[in-house]
Design a protein around this ligand. Sequence first.
Ligand code: PHE
Length: 452
Amino acid sequence: MALTQKDGFSSKFGVIAAAAGSAVGLGNIWRFPYITGENGGGAFLLLYIFFVIVIGVPVMMSEFVIGRRSESNALGSFRKLAPGTSWWLIGLMGIIAAFVILSFYSTVSGWTLEYVFQSINQGFEGKSMDQLNSDFETFTSGSFRPLLWQMIFMALTAVVVLGGIQKGIEKATKILMPILLVLIIAVCVRSVTLPGASEGLKFLFEPHFEKLNFKSVLMALGQAAFSLSIGMGALITYGSYINKDTPLLSTSIQVAAADTLLAILSGVMIFPALFALGVGNTGGPGLVFVTLPAIFQSMPGGTFFAVAFFLLVSVAALTSTISVLEVVVAYLKQEFNISRLKATMIGTISISILGVFCTLSFGPLKDNTIFGKTVFDLMNYLSANVFLTFGALFIVIFTGWILGKSNFVDELNKSGKVNPVVTKVLFIIIRYIAPVAIGAIAIGTFFIEGLT
Ligand code: PHE
């Protein structure tokens, strides 16, 4: 089943914009700062970068290779490349992961819309950190508003996915991502020039390895997978829309570099402000929603910045949510032979139902815990540290041992020959190093720390 030209991305820049759009999102701006905060700062950052390079890039490339070679969705691709085997179960796990991720991701995406609204409506002028903190808690512990925003966000995601790849996803990301980068840099400048900001930079960049424990290693790996959108077939699905002229090696490196840059910049934006404004708490999902408004009110033109910033964070979230929903839609559409419209409706509605439980975890369902975590926390934890981590593990095993070197290298060479030393090293990582490393970290953590 060859794809017609119009289904796919139109250019290499389009591929990068869409894949970077998937990668750059709340994972960078919301999740990275607070996970880094909770895991002690500098040493965690180093570990994170190490995983992006050694595991992230090879897995990303494997996903692109699997997707483009099979021209199929996250599950169908394994069926095509390894017919008659059980490898399609990896794809199934990816589809379940899409549900898990989007359910809590849409909660936080909804919050960003609320903060756009608040910035326009009342601003954050004159509010102390404590006040901002309690405003955040009041809002998130409600039911109606957070649910309304979540549903609006899911609807927006569905609309873009319905628009298809080129006209929806590619167009939006090309224009909006560069603007987001400029705004983040502006906020970074403000943050690092606050009096007392250097403590925050020290926290982010000075490694204290004694602050790491075994679990931080899993958290760093999970965060790298989450932030790069690997391990669940989002990039297999996008890979199936990439034409043969696009070099997969350089694309993967560029996407990973852009994603990492944005995560670090988010840290530079948050930590100096956090330390300068004298709040000791370095963790929790509210971190960004409390700290950013505090920076905005100390900036000239703060309201303008606040509105623009939260709007663009919503867009960054949207370019990620569409890639998650697309996994489910492409699967339903291709495997059950239904229309894009039907597939999008089924996917959106079923994910939204699960999402309600995540959103209500901050209010009415706060005390309903599983393994000591609320539904939101559990989904958030399981997505990165179980689904994406094990997904990445199985993907490299599949590429290294089932797909094999000649298929892998052949696909990488489609757009021009890659240096054989490079492909050799890459394949050694994919076949041996990455599986052993991911397996040891994931399984080791479960033995030492338990499931969550
Ligand atoms: N990478 C996205 C982010 O950082 C989240 C995501 C995870 C998207 C997995 C797709 C697949 O926000």
